[in-house]
Design a protein around this ligand. Sequence first.
Ligand SMILES: [Zn+2]
Ligand SMILES: [Zn+2]
Length: 101
Amino acid sequence: MFHINEPFTCKKCGAQVPPQKKTCRNHCTNCLFSLHVDDTDPGDRASKCHGLMEPIGLEYKGKKGYQIIHRCGTCGKIRLNMVAEDDNQEEIVKINFRNSL
Ligand SMILES: [Zn+2]
Ligand SMILES: [Zn+2]
């Protein structure tokens, strides 16, 4: 399978996001926004949408830990993305809080 794992500049907050060890980085470690670049598989970069994906919730997946629910602001697609070790914990708490309102 073709994967691209590269550093990128966040389109939302402008943070420089380094590549992630072990898996493909797919969201900003600072504001947790993602880009709609993957189509069916994480890292396939097959989507033509390129919309900004907002973190709208968290889902607990047992042993795999928490996943961030991202929704594309352009086409409305929903994706689940693993929380990275170096993600901004404050932002994750904020998503959780918004979720529970
Ligand atoms: Zn960001
Ligand atoms: Zn999209």
